[in-house]
Each structure stands twice: as structure tokens, then as C-alpha cells.
Design a protein around this ligand. Structure first.
Ligand SMILES: Cc1cc2nc3c(=O)[nH]c(=O)nc-3n(C[C@H](O)[C@H](O)[C@H](O)COP(=O)(O)OP(=O)(O)OC[C@H]3O[C@@H](n4cnc5c(N)ncnc54)[C@H](O)[C@@H]3O)c2cc1C
Length: 450
């Protein structure tokens, strides 16, 4: 029997902390049966839940989430649900033209699904807004990445707008950036609000139950029933027996015994300022809401938000490869300093503004930039490894997996084609040295973009 050890989420995610308190679903405390069991309540798990429920209203569906909904990586990200290619392993996010076209169609199906969910569940508007995003450049090198990106967009007939330094200042209030590439198709999320609203919406008037703070500590074969293998997922206080399981746990799928030595758990980190006063907001100027990814994949994402948590600024940067799936406190401290430096460099007029929250979170990459998905054991399907763009790709793989497990032919992600399996990694010490060394070097080279 595999015993599953769960990693910690470093720091409190500001996205969740600035929201009003939500009613948390109870822990699993009984031994029950379900037609389908989903493990993991992030983008993949909750999208799978919504799709399963659409396909079969009568099926009894259970979802087990290790922490509170919104506390895991799904509530820790920067909220860019990007329609265009966003390959983190490439300097400028791009890959092969054909692959990028396919990926764009898949991401757009996911955004459509999320928009439909937001309307059906009457989510607050800031949970998801289709407002686009800007790839910002602070240096000549960053500007070159944007120019290359624009050429690529021309080849795929995608629309965009180039912004000069003045337009960047009009948008952000700061004169740090010399160029921007705005694309219209990104949905901007308040990630904790979106994911919590999705969880609350999907359980309303349905046969679907979510159990929070209920980590699965083992998954074992229980026997056979009606010709199907039945699995038993145990938590500390209860268990769920089911013939059909969706593993939507991203890199933690390795701890369930699947895709071992094929997935990389990478951390990235964010900080969110305290609320700006109205004087500070006025001093800053620009729009009240904007989202910048960096033209250099190793640079900082920066957002200004002004929703129910007040007017604040978010900075995300730094990467670390942690095969142990844990980020150390000392690294968290150095990252918080780095966020402060990036903030001060960009916002000299906000000298008195400090960070209120700093946190980190896991994402999962494979060497060949593919999902870890499909039937991995009789009745067990994986919907994992989103390669950094988990808001869109997690949503897509959740939908696809729900369709696969039910044998549904009409797909909401019509362009999805099964990819090859994730490639094997080299031994962990080599990987650790190689990946961390490479990322650190790229971070240093990113210069003013950081
Ligand atoms: C700081 C930061 C910024 C990011 N920015 C972006 C961004 O702007 N855009 C973007 O697309 N992506 C971004 N990401 C990545 C994105 O958050 C992830 O790719 C995404 O959350 C993956 O979705 P998922 O549903 O596959 O996995 P997760 O969100 O990790 O959800 C898996 C869930 O499974 C649960 N789980 C694990 N093991 C068990 C178990 N044994 N029992 C029960 N539950 C279990 C976990 O608690 C977790 O909640 C960012 C990540 C971080 C950390």
C-alpha cells in the first residue's frame, strides 16, 4: 500500500486572505461509496467535477481536497489564464508554430468553459475578467522578445497591439517599461475567488460532494464489483470506495506511484502589498487594474488589483526546483527580499508601501512539455502536469479527463489530441544541479525584467 506524504504550501496566499471568510466544506469522516472520486480541488479537479456533473447529473461524485479550496496552488497563482502559448522552458514562451496553434485552441476552450461556469454560478465579476494582458519589456532585450513574439502572432493571424513607453506609463502609472505587447484573449482571475466560486457553484443543487482538509493518505485496490476494479481512498477520518478515480493532484501524482521520475516540481513565488490608500493610488496614477507578464520568461509578473480586497500590487518572480516538493524558509525569505527589490525599482513613489503577504507554490513541468494524463491503472485516470499554465491547461485536462472516464464523444475541447508520455528525467542530483543552476543563471540574465 502506498502511503502518500503531503507537502506544505509555503506562506499564506494573499489572494485568499483578502477575501471574506467562506464556509468551508466538512472533512470526510465516514466510509462511503461514490460512482466517481476526484482527488484534488484545483483547476483540473474542479473542472473535471463540473464536466462530470454536466455529463451525468445522476452520478454520485465525490471530491477530496487536502487543504481548503483556494489554499493550494490554484489559489496561489498570478491569475493569468492565457490563451496563447506560454512555454516557460523557452526564452520567449514560444514553441513550434503548429503546436502553438493547437495549444491556443485548447486554452481558448478552457477559457470558454471557465466563463460559462462564472455565468452559471453567478461569480463576482472580479473572479474572471476577459480583459487581455500585456507582455511588458523594461529593457532592449525584453523588447526584442516582444518583437519576436509579435512576428509569431502575425504568422498565426492573432491580433495584438504594441504599446510604447508612454502608453505603458498611461496604463501603469510608472515609467519603468519601454514597451508592451497587449493581447486580448487572456482571462484575468482573482484565482482564490474563482476557484472557491467554482467549488461552491458545482456543489449547488447537485449530487456532488466536496470534502476539504481531507488529504488522501493511501489509495489501494479493494476488490472487484460488477466486473470493475474498486479502489479505496483513505483519509485520516474516513474512506471513499469507487471504481472510477481522477487524480488531479498535479506533481503529487508521483506520490501515488505514477509518472515517477518523469515530473519536475518547480516553485515560484509571489508577494502582495498592503492596501494602498487613496492618496497612494492617486500618486501612482494609471489604471486601477492591469496585468503584466514579463517579456522575458524569467522576469517578474506584476499586477494591480482593485477588487474586494482593496487596491494592491502583486509581484511574482523567482523559481526553484524542489524534488522534495518543499520550499525552505530561508529561500522564502530571500524571495520576499527579491519581491521587495522588484517592487521598489518599479514604484519609487510608493516608498511607504510594504508587502503584506508573501507565499510560494508548486507547479509541475515535464521535460517534453506534455501532460501526465490518461488511464494509468484500471479505472484510475490522471489529469496532471500543466507545465506552468495550469489555469487554462488544468481546466482543459480536467474537462478532457471527465470525458474520457465517461466515454463521452462530444468534447468541449475538440482540438485535444493525446500526447506522448512525459520523458524520463536524469537522476535527481543531476536534475537538481542542472535545473536550479540554469534557472538561477537565466534569472540573473533577465536583468531589469526581474
Ligand atoms: C506563484 C504562482 C504563480 C502562478 N501563476 C500562474 C498564472 O498566472 N497562470 C497560470 O496558468 N498558472 C500559474 N501558476 C501555476 C498554477 O497555479 C498551477 O499550474 C495550477 O494550480 C495547476 O492546477 P491543478 O489543478 O493541476 O493543480 P493544483 O492547483 O496544484 O491542485 C491540486 C490540488 O490537489 C490537492 N492534493 C494534492 N495531493 C492530494 C491528496 N493526497 N489528497 C487530496 N488532495 C490532494 C492539492 O492540495 C491541490 O489543491 C502559478 C503558480 C504559482 C505557485
Amino acid at each position: 500500500m502506498v502511503q502518500i506524504k503531503l507537502p506544505q504550501n509555503p506562506g499564506d496566499t494573499g489572494w485568499k486572505e483578502i477575501l471574506p471568510k467562506r464556509k468551508v466544506n466538512p472533512k470526510l469522516s465516514d466510509n462511503i461509496n461514490s460512482d466517481y472520486l476526484i482527488i484534488g480541488g484545483g483547476f483540473a479537479g474542479l473542472s473535471a467535477a463540473r464536466r462530470l456533473n454536466q455529463i451525468n447529473k445522476d452520478a454520485k461524485i465525490a471530491l477530496l481536497e487536502a487543504c481548503e479550496i483556494g489554499e493550494g496552488p490554484a489559489g496561489r497563482n498570478s491569475g493569468f489564464m492565457i490563451d496563447l502559448p506560454h512555454n516557460l522552458a523557452s526564452d520567449d514562451y514560444l514553441g513550434r508554430l503548429e503546436k502553438d496553434r493547437e495549444q491556443t485552441l485548447i486554452n481558448r476552450s478552457a477559457i470558454e468553459f471557465a466563463k460559462d461556469a462564472s455565468q452559471e454560478y453567478e461569480m463576482p465579476s472580479e473572479a474572471i475578467q476577459l480583459v487581455g494582458k500585456t507582455n511588458a519589456a523594461a529593457s532592449e532585450k525584453g523588447m526584442k522578445f516582444n518583437t519576436e513574439y509579435a512576428k509569431h502572432l502575425d504568422k498565426t493571424s492573432e491580433s495584438y497591439k504594441m504599446l510604447d513607453a508612454e502608453e505603458m506609463k498611461d496604463l501603469t502609472g510608472i515609467d519603468y517599461y519601454i514597451n508592451g505587447l497587449w493581447t486580448p484573449g487572456t482571462a484575468m482571475l482573482q484565482p482564490a475567488l474563482y476557484i472557491q466560486s467554482l467549488a461552491d457553484g458545482v456543489t449547488k443543487n447537485s449530487n456532488l460532494s466536496i470534502y476539504e482538509k481531507s488529504p488522501v493518505i493511501s489509495l489501494e485496490e479493494e476488490g472487484r464489483h460488477d466486473g470493475q476494479k474498486v479502489w479505496k481512498a483513505k483519509t485520516n477520518l474516513g474512506s471513499i470506495s469507487s471504481p472510477k478515480i481522477i487524480l488531479a493532484v498535479n506533481g503529487i501524482v508521483e506520490r501515488f506511484g505514477y509518472f515517477q521520475n518523469r515530473l519536475m516540481t518547480i516553485f515560484t513565488y509571489s508577494s502582495l502589498t498592503r492596501e494602498l490608500t487613496s492618496d497612494e493610488s492617486n500618486m501612482l496614477g494609471g489604471s486601477n487594474e492591469w496585468g503584466l507578464t514579463s517579456a522575458d520568461a524569467m522576469g517578474s509578473s506584476v499586477r494591480r488589483i482593485s477588487g474586494m480586497g482593496g487596491n494592491r500590487i502583486l509581484v511574482r518572480n523567482r523559481w526553484s526546483y524542489n524534488p522534495s516538493m518543499e520550499a525552505s524558509d530561508s529561500f522564502m525569505n530571500s524571495v520576499a527580499n527579491s519581491h521587495n527589490e522588484s517592487f521598489k525599482a518599479r514604484f519609487p513613489m510608493l516608498k511607504k508601501v510594504s508587502m503584506e503577504y508573501s507565499w510560494g507554490g508548486r507547479l509541475c513541468l515535464s521535460l517534453n512539455n506534455v501532460f501526465a494524463q490518461g488511464e494509468v491503472d484500471e479505472g484510475i485516470y490522471s489529469a496532471c502536469c500543466q507545465n506552468g499554465l495550469g489555469t487554462a491547461k488544468g481546466t482543459a485536462i480536467g474537462i478532457v479527463t471527465a470525458e474520457k472516464i465517461t466515454g463521452t464523444i462530444n468534447s468541449l475541447v475538440p482540438d485535444f489530441v493525446d500526447e506522448e508520455a512525459p520523458k524520463k528525467l536524469m537522476p535527481k542530483p543531476f536534475m537538481w544541479l542542472g535545473v536550479n543552476g540554469y534557472m538561477r543563471w537565466k534569472e540573473l540574465m533577465s536583468g531589469k525584467e526581474k
